[in-house]
Design a protein around this ligand. Structure first.
Ligand code: NAD
Length: 285
């Protein structure tokens, strides 16, 4: 998430949103198609792994990738949620499998990506969406080291491990790796000290990977969403309230949350060859 309780100087959370686009009523701005959908067939024949596909943005990404024609592997620490997401794709006539993984454990990451590659017959794109938010609204003086370590393990060591083992599978000349970061730690600070640090670190990781893997024909991006209506965001807002954050600012964030589908469609586009000319960091509203 971006920063559920933005700093006063950060401005209106939706200042970048096109005029006329209401994130809640689904009305597209003039001249734009249905929000949150990628053209059918955009990922036809592509094999896509969504890490963190059981909930929120990841769950929407699984559905969007399948709707765009991809075969999808859903990886998540939530085995039941991953199975459910994959089953929904299959129920809709698509191809999907699911594997449990804790992204902070290297052996699990290696095994899950190997299993996904075996099920799909190879991997064209890895969309790393998994993440946690903790410590929202906590003063830096009160952040326990254990909490810091927990967030860094999932949000920074996790994408490193996924990248390390995804690189073994991604094909040169067409492979794509996208790490989901956040505007927090890239464009703004965060309401959580470890979260903002982890997402800033993820951004640096992706820039470094792009430099290393780019010449091998593997495209690497960070996708940085704004504040999106997901279980993570809802939990985060509750935590901010419990930690005494300003209620008015929380309400302002709540009133302008974006939709997971809008981030998912951007991820689908990045996973496709239509984005072959893009490099670097991509931000959504
Ligand atoms: N929601 C927002 O406003 C927002 C804004 C910017 C960035 N993001 C980022 O988007 C990503 C998705 O967030 P979301 O809001 O959809 O959250 P979410 O809680 O709905 O989904 C996160 C998923 O990650 C999985 N996960 C958590 N820890 C894991 C682990 N150790 N191993 C494997 N899977 C694990 C969860 O089980 C869950 O399915 C996160 O990286 C988050 O930081 C979210």
């Amino acid at each position: 998430m971006n920063d559920a309780v933005p700093p006063a100087a950060a401005g209106a959370p939706d200042a970048h949103r096109p005029a006329g686009a209401d994130p809640h009523d689904g009305t597209p701005p003039a001249g734009v198609g249905t929000p949150g959908t990628a053209p059918a067939g955009l990922l036809a024949g592509r094999r896509v792994v969504v890490v963190g596909g059981a909930s929120g943005i990841g769950r929407a990404t699984v559905a969007a990738a399948a709707a765009a024609g991809a075969a999808v592997a859903v990886l998540d620490a939530d085995a039941v949620g991953a199975d459910t997401a994959a089953a929904q794709v299959r129920d809709g006539g698509g191809r999907a499998c699911a594997h449990r993984v804790d992204v902070s454990v290297e052996t699990e990451v290696a095994e899950a990506l190997d299993a996904a590659a075996a099920d799909l017959g190879g991997i064209d794109a890895v969309l790393h969406v998994a993440g946690v938010m903790r410590g929202q609204g906590l003063d830096v003086r009160d952040v326990p080291v254990a909490l810091w370590a927990q967030v860094i393990a999932v949000n920074l060591t996790g994408p490193f491990l996924v990248a390390k083992h995804a690189a073994r599978h991604l094909l040169p000349h067409g492979g794509v790796l996208v790490l989901v970061g956040s505007k927090a730690g890239v464009q703004t600070g965060s309401g959580s000290v470890p979260y903002g640090a982890s997402k800033g670190g993820l951004h640096g990781l992706a820039l470094t990977l792009a430099r290393q893997l780019g010449p091998q024909g593997i495209r690497v991006h960070t996708l940085c969403p704004g504040d999106i209506d997901t279980p993570l965001m809802r939990r985060s807002l509750s935590e901010a309230r419990a930690n005494g954050a300003d209620g008015g600012r929380i309400a302002a964030v709540e009133a302008t949350l974006g939709r997971p589908e809008d981030v998912a469609s951007a991820l689908v586009l990045l996973a496709s060859s239509a984005s072959a000319g893009l490099t670097g960091t991509v931000c959504t509203g």
